[in-house]
Ligand binder design. Structure first.
Ligand SMILES: Cc1cc2nc3c(=O)[nH]c(=O)nc-3n(C[C@H](O)[C@H](O)[C@H](O)COP(=O)(O)OP(=O)(O)OC[C@H]3O[C@@H](n4cnc5c(N)ncnc54)[C@H](O)[C@@H]3O)c2cc1C
Length: 460
């Protein structure tokens, strides 16, 4: 095969997965990664007997490409699924934790929602379709279909848990396309959930609600590290891409590796770096692209990892953790009971928890942090969990720009990305600001991008 040269910008899961499939198909691939190690938002450390995931904590096994990638990366034996109790998620309401009901009987019995809110749900199948989900916020959509209480005590905390986001600002169609599709295609969420299951079976896909949650014995970063190891010298670390320029025949990628300038002249570029970095890299090629990319908001998030003696925990750890609705006015968004979900996260006599602070709900807490924030968060957490001893172990990481927010009107960005790709044949824009932010969406989209690249390469 003619060795078409492909340069992938960014060694997070999006860049590495695409690079892996292209390399396997016989193309000459180079990955340029600014950090000293691959992984991006999948970042794990083993410290003092704890396994700390500072970024993504788990993935959902929604699509066959994930299993294929895990096996081919040599991680089949290290792949761990969450304990089934991980399906139980708690929501904080008036200082108490209530399990979020997932079955009709549990929904009828739960005290999380009032009788009025439960009766309101019965009206859902009779509410008509709405117009233009791109300009409709999640909160407008959910309030109209399911009522205000459902927004406040189910969707608001859920959106904080997934996007570190705020349902008032996110576009329902861009951020949760499958949810909007249920209304668009079937006329309602309840009808759609029942009928949509058949469609997914045909595509061999699993819904996010029923997909199994996974990680690896050595944490989430194990996957990008294993892919990078398979790719070998193809992956260049400490290599920051500075500019992409047009050349006579195709493109030039200018980079800095350990203080030394370098250049590659690929036939094809796959950009899998965050939007705010891509804005600088492509500035010379297209001003408007740069404006669109810079408009994408990435709120700051602080991840606080806490380790305690097992005996200090005053309540049963029988779930995934808990999420906090904005109405409850706490300093943090929620907590994952890390050592309950996956094995090997802490020593046998300890428990590990991962807390999230800030996000689009309260960015100022992280931006204007004064020394007392951790103490306030830990105090509130311990009260909810009935813990009256200090943590044995505290670690934190701040992500100044954490997760892209698919806000109202995001479609304008998405349309321009398509236009840019048409105007610049051979450049493909990828990464978690297109098509979904979860690790599983990133892998699925990387596979689609790989197919798009192959299709284009055949025309060269
Ligand atoms: C705190 C946090 C918790 C999360 N939790 C979960 C979770 O539990 N489950 C889940 O499914 N998802 C979670 N996510 C989201 C998910 O981890 C990310 O969306 C996904 O990993 C993004 O992958 P990516 O490759 O698209 O981008 P990134 O991981 O951001 O990778 C981009 C890479 O590009 C590199 N780069 C940037 N600029 C340049 C440049 N100029 N030159 C070269 N390289 C460059 C960066 O160093 C980085 O390695 C979480 C995210 C965060 C931040």
């Amino acid at each position: 095969m003619d060795k078409t040269k492909i340069t992938v910008l960014g060694g997070g899961i999006s860049g590495l997965a695409t690079a892996y499939w292209l390399d396997r198909a016989g193309y000459s691939v180079t990955v340029l990664e600014a950090n000293s190690e691959p992984g991006g938002s999948m970042n794990t450390r083993r410290e003092h007997g704890f396994l700390v995931d500072y970024g993504a904590n788990s993935g959902l096994d929604t699509t066959p490409e994930i299993g294929q990638l895990v096996k081919e990366a040599g991680l089949k034996d290290d792949w761990v699924y969450a304990d089934l109790s991980g399906n139980r998620r708690y929501i904080l309401k008036h200082h108490r934790l209530y399990a979020l009901p997932t079955q009709p009987l549990a929904f009828i019995k739960t005290q999380l929602f009032s009788t009025r809110a439960k009766l309101r749900l019965l009206a859902e199948p009779f509410i008509g379709r709405s117009e233009d989900g791109y300009y409709q916020s999640i909160s407008q959509f959910v309030t109209r279909r399911l009522g205000r209480e459902f927004l406040d005590y189910a969707v608001n905390p859920f959106v904080a848990g997934v996007f570190a986001g705020n349902p008032e600002n996110l576009s329902v169609k861009s951020a949760f396309p499958k949810l909007y599709h249920l209304e668009e295609a079937y006329g309602g969420l309840i009808k759609g959930l029942i009928k949509g299951a058949k469609e997914r079976r045909k595509r061999a896909e699993t819904s996010k609600q029923s997909a199994r949650m996974f990680s690896f014995k050595d944490g989430m970063q194990a996957l990008p590290k294993a892919i990078a190891a398979r790719l070998g010298e193809t992956v260049k670390v400490n290599c920051r891409v500075e500019k992409v320029k047009k050349s006579e025949s195709s493109y030039q990628v200018l980079y800095d590796q350990n203080g030394q300038s370098g250049q590659v002249d690929p036939d094809i570029i796959v950009s899998a770096i965050p939007a705010y970095n891509a804005a600088n890299v492509f500035a010379e090629l297209d001003d408007r692209l740069c404006t669109h990319l810079n408009q994408i908001y990435y709120p700051p998030v602080k991840v606080l990892f806490l380790g305690y003696k097992k005996a200090a925990i005053g309540r049963a750890l029988d779930g995934f953790g808990f999420l906090i609705p904005e109405k409850e006015k706490k300093t943090f968004l929620g907590a994952i009971w890390s050592s309950t979900i996956f094995p090997g996260r802490s020593r046998d006599d300890t428990e590990a928890f991962t807390l999230f602070v800030g996000g689009a709900r309260s960015p100022e807490l992280v931006e204007n942090e004064e020394g007392s924030l951790n103490a306030a968060v830990i105090r509130e957490f311990q009260k909810i969990m009935r813990i009256d001893e200090r943590p044995l172990f505290i670690k934190e990481r701040i992500w100044p720009q954490s997760i892209p927010q698919y806000q109202l009107g995001y479609i304008e960005h998405e349309r321009y990305f398509e236009q840019f790709e048409e105007n610049h044949p051979g450049i493909f824009l990828s990464g978690n600001y297109r098509g979904g932010i979860s690790v599983s969406d990133c892998i699925k989209n990387s596979h689609l991008n790989y197919l798009r690249v192959v299709e284009y390469a055949m025309t060269l």
